[in-house]
Design a protein around this ligand. Structure first.
Ligand code: BEZ
Length: 240
């Protein structure tokens, strides 16, 4: 058998709509088999550049503090960096014992943090961006649905901490869109008007503009919205 030497082509980056690439990994909460272990739950799989760094520390404290808010929408958290397990354990202990950030202190990170020294998982998910850094993962976020399909991908550079309100908003908006068969406009939050599917025929376009659907309001035939009260959205998407 011939061995191919030199740089190997990077694995293709996963895309929205693709099945989440499979892997088994050692984590701070034991071994995981991904995404099979998470079937039936939404997951936020996210990478960070390195343990014992300040932006990452602030992000882990925020994620851990919001873990119950994500769980309320059937969403689990899984972190990753290319550091080793003992570094992860030491860093999470330090966070709990020593670090205060905003009003957060004694924060215990109980979601799994993957060790990925070989960069196998980071490679599969396109978390290494050599133009930014070839030895550290960037701040990638993959939102994966209960069927193991990637539904949203967001990347941030090393210097930029993530916006966690936005991550929670993304989870709620994806779930609301699935449940009600609608789309969500710019900056949507539960209680805001939603977009009804664009008319797919001249007949439906004419009907929309004639105003016969009393709950639908159209700016023009292609841009129609309706109200779904916040409590109806929350009741539909909150974990029972
Ligand atoms: C940080 O988390 O503070 C950080 C990590 C890698 C590069 C720059 C900042």
């Amino acid at each position: 058998m011939t061995t191919v030497e030199g740089p190997q082509p990077a694995a293709p980056m996963p895309r929205i709509g693709d099945p989440a690439p499979e892997f088994t990994a050692v984590t701070t909460q034991g071994e995981i088999n991904f995404p099979a272990d998470y079937a039936g739950s939404w997951v936020i799989l996210f990478s960070h550049p390195a343990d014992f760094t300040p932006v990452c520390t602030s992000e882990f404290m925020t994620f851990a503090s919001m873990q119950d808010q994500f769980a309320a929408y059937n969403t689990k958290l899984v972190g990753l960096s290319v550091d080793g397990l003992y570094s992860h354990i030491a860093w999470l202990r330090t966070i709990k014992d020593k670090i205060t950030f905003r009003d957060m202190k004694n924060v215990e990170v109980t979601f799994p943090l993957i060790e990925d020294i070989t960069m196998e998982v980071a490679g599969k998910y396109g978390m290494i961006m050599p133009g930014e850094d070839s030895t550290k993962a960037v701040r990638a976020v993959f939102v994966i649905d209960p069927e193991g399909v990637i539904r949203t991908i967001i990347y941030y550079p090393l210097s930029l901490g993530r916006n966690f309100d936005e991550l929670l908003r993304v989870v709620k908006a994806l779930q609301a869109a699935d449940h009600f068969g609608v789309a969500t406009p710019a900056d949507w939050r539960p209680g805001d008007r939603v977009i009804v599917p664009t008319a797919g025929s001249c007949g439906v376009a004419a009907e929309r503009m004639s105003g016969t659907e009393s709950d639908v309001q159209c700016e023009d035939w292609f841009f129609c919205t309706k109200e779904i009260p916040a409590d109806e959205v929350e009741n539909a998407i909150k974990a029972k």
